[in-house]
Design a protein around this ligand. Structure first.
Ligand code: ATP
Ligand code: MG
Length: 421
């Protein structure tokens, strides 16, 4: 028989047992946190019609131009795309199922996203996002609540070394005026632009501001600022947002260059950034997208939301949390020696589980010493020991493996009682 070994697709990670505890901790905390703010979970397919993303994210963006996994469904010729983000999916879902007829909606999702990027730390081809979308809220209180919410999450997680940047990109009208100024400014410096930016100069000059090319940073720094040409309503919205953030005691920096990489945004945009992940500095980004629901066939509906990258969140968490992340093990690991003990251990483990405690039964024999080593490695709180003496006396020994406490030899019922305390 010929054998063949396979590797996961490049840039797509397996999550192994020694990492899944941290993931579960993050997911549990996220669910608890989202419930605190009255958000409801939605789950949408990972595949959507390609047009959904092209329409919403925008034709001239990194995601649509270079990063989407798109293929033709050979059964019917339809173009499908693995979702690169989920705001478009959420809005599609809300419009398709008429959710907004019942009034504004606070929705959240969590799951894998797919982008064909160059894999590096904090940048993968399959990664995970958790996001929230507030549909039907004109703000700025909704914008402020979303931002405050994320700040509180960092506290719940024990996450440090993240800071908040905000900006406003105003209304469609002021972006159009600003666009003319950008074309003029960058047009005078065409020789300094890279290929992407040259191409985008006349199609989507705002995207040049979001360029990650360090060679462009001085040029971008000198570009005309949208902030200086805001209409009154946009300026007022931004002022009120800031007043709310200040009232809540949130520290932030206004970054006039912050535009975000997707076309559907208007008015408020924000990012939480960290110095710990090199160029992959953004762990959470969001903003307002008042035109998207209508653009995707719904009634005009103001909306805002954010998405956070869970791999980046975990990476920062692992570096900045003072307490280690929980690494769950079973409550007891059952070790045994001898034939009679094997059966007793098999039944004891069953009863421990019926009482609601996690029990791992040692399989495969070995000395007590080697079995206890396994028990320790399993991160169990206790070893339950069934040797010949215990079996003869109809008892078990319960040995604490973490912290203090003495080994006790008692009946199984008493041992289960001890687990409860
Ligand atoms: P970046 O500027 O790092 O490319 P982005 O602007 O493309 O990020 P968004 O589309 O705003 O990212 O996605 C929200 C968040 O999802 C990002 O802030 C980041 O934490 C995470 N994220 C985006 N792309 C990736 C990726 N390829 N791998 C891991 N996380 C990612
Ligand atoms: Mg990107």
């Amino acid at each position: 028989m010929s054998t063949q070994k396979f590797q996961a697709v490049r840039g797509m990670n397996d999550i192994l047992p020694d990492q899944s505890g941290a993931w579960a901790f993050l997911e549990t905390t996220l669910r608890r946190w989202l419930a605190l703010y009255g958000y409801s979970e939605v789950r949408s397919p990972v595949l959507e019609p390609t047009g959904l993303f092209v329409r919403s994210i925008g034709e001239v963006t990194d995601i649509v131009e270079k990063e989407m996994y798109t293929f033709v469904d050979s059964l019917n010729g339809e173009s499908l795309t693995l979702r690169p983000e989920a705001t478009a999916s959420c809005v599609r879902l809300a419009v398709q199922h008429n959710l907004l007829y019942a009034g504004p909606q606070r929705l959240w999702y969590m799951g894998p996203m797919f982008r064909h990027e160059r894999p590096q730390k904090g940048r993968y081809r399959q990664f995970h996002q958790c996001g929230a979308e507030a549909l039907g809220f004109a703000g700025p209180d909704a914008d402020a609540e979303l931002i405050l919410m994320t700040a509180r999450l960092w506290e719940m997680l024990g996450l440090k070394e993240v800071s908040l940047e905000i900006n406003t990109i105003g209304s469609l009208e002021c972006r159009q005026q600003h666009r003319r100024k950008l074309v003029e400014y960058f047009g005078q410096h065409v020789e300094l632009l890279d290929e992407d930016s040259k191409r985008r100069l006349h199609t989507n000059p705002l995207r040049i501001l979001d360029s990650k090319n360090p060679a462009l940073s001085d040029l971008i720094e000198g570009a005309p600022r949208l902030m200086d040409a805001l209409d009154d309503a946009s300026a007022e919205h931004f002022e009120s947002l800031q007043a709310l953030l200040q009232a809540a005691g949130l520290q932030y920096r206004i970054n006039p260059r912050l535009v975000r990489g997707l076309d559907y945004y208007n008015a408020t945009v924000f990012e939480w950034v960290t110095p710990l992940l090199g160029a992959q500095s953004t762990i959470c980004g969001g903003g307002r997208y008042d035109g998207l629901v209508e653009q995707l066939g719904g009634k005009p509906t103001p909306a805002c939301g954010f998405a956070m990258g869970m791999e980046r969140l975990l990476a920062v968490l692992q570096e900045t949390r003072t307490e280690p992340l929980p690494e769950p093990g079973p409550d007891v690991y059952v070790v045994h020696q001898g034939e009679a003990a094997q059966q007793a251990a098999f039944l004891a483990a069953d009863q421990v589980r019926s009482a609601g405690f996690a029990a791992v039964l040692h399989c495969g024999g070995g000395s007590f010493k080697s079995q206890l080593k396994r028990a320790d490695a399993s991160r169990a709180a206790y070893a339950m020991i069934l040797g010949e003496d215990e079996v003869r006396a109809g008892q078990v020994s319960l040995k604490p493996l973490r912290g203090q406490g003495e080994q006790k030899t008692v009946s199984l019922a008493q041992a289960i009682q001890l687990l409860r305390t």
